[in-house]
Design a protein. Structure first.
Length: 244
């Protein structure tokens, strides 16, 4: 009889404990919206950090910068942001420098083609300012019969230059004066008188500006050329028999 009573109380005690446990679980407060958002942010930061690490390993600077900035912006106080900030500044600096270098190089177009009974090699760049209206090419040319020349080439009617004229210019902000002349054949061009001196100036400059007078209304316009990306190796020299 006593053992039956003990079993009864033991069973009742276990049931009571189970009910108490269930009651405690049922009464545990649910996460607040702020806590849920914090958990979601932590998970997202961890995923993005893993992607950032993978991009670092494969050397994709562009995507590293994009992902790194996103992590720092969205999760500024996270451990992920602290880790990213150890590497991001140096990579962003390298990416920005390389991007600008590539942009400047892409402004130049190099060509070798038959021209008027010979072969010509050209390196040409359009003015970056002013950005609207007709653009004017700065052309470096080598021709197997005509030799080397440098000129501006725009649209008709061209430029005002009576006989010899002086182009007021700047090289990286420093004033220079460039002698020029208009071709007698009537092309809308302005020929640089001393091509060798101009090429030496170009190769040590990042930005050249030249003030010209357009024949259309004799309007003065300052043409700006971002020349820092010029690659002399891509401007092919004259072939055998050509003159420099």
């Amino acid at each position: 009889m006593n053992s039956a009573i003990h079993r009864y109380y033991a069973t009742a005690l276990c049931a009571g404990l189970l009910l108490a446990g269930c009651s405690q679980q049922a009464s545990a407060p649910a996460p607040t919206p702020a806590q849920q958002q914090a958990q979601a942010d932590a998970a997202a930061a961890a995923r993005n950090l893993d992607t950032y690490r993978q991009l670092l390993r494969i050397g994709n600077d562009e995507m590293v910068v994009t992902m790194g900035k996103d992590i720092v912006s969205r999760f500024p106080n996270s451990a992920a942001a602290k880790e990213v900030q150890k590497t991001l500044p140096a990579i962003e600096k390298r990416y920005t420098e390389n991007h600008e270098k590539n942009r400047l190089a892409a402004l130049w177009v190099y060509q070798v083609a038959p021209m008027a009974g010979g072969t010509q090699s050209t390196a040409a760049i359009y003015n970056s300012e002013p950005s609207g209206g007709e653009r004017v090419q700065l052309v470096l040319r080598r021709h197997t019969s005509w030799g080397q020349s440098v000129f501006l080439y725009g649209s008709k009617p061209g430029f005002v230059c009576r006989g010899n004229c002086t182009v007021v210019a700047t090289a990286d902000g420093k004033p220079v004066r460039i002698k020029a002349f208009a071709p007698s054949t009537g092309e809308p061009a302005l020929m640089i008188r001393d091509d060798k001196a101009f090429l030496a100036l170009l190769q040590k400059s990042a930005k050249l500006s030249m003030q010209v007078t357009l024949a259309d209304g004799e309007k003065k316009e300052t043409l700006v050329y971002e020349v820092a990306g010029f690659d002399p190796a891509k401007w092919q020299p004259l072939g055998k028999g050509g003159r420099k």
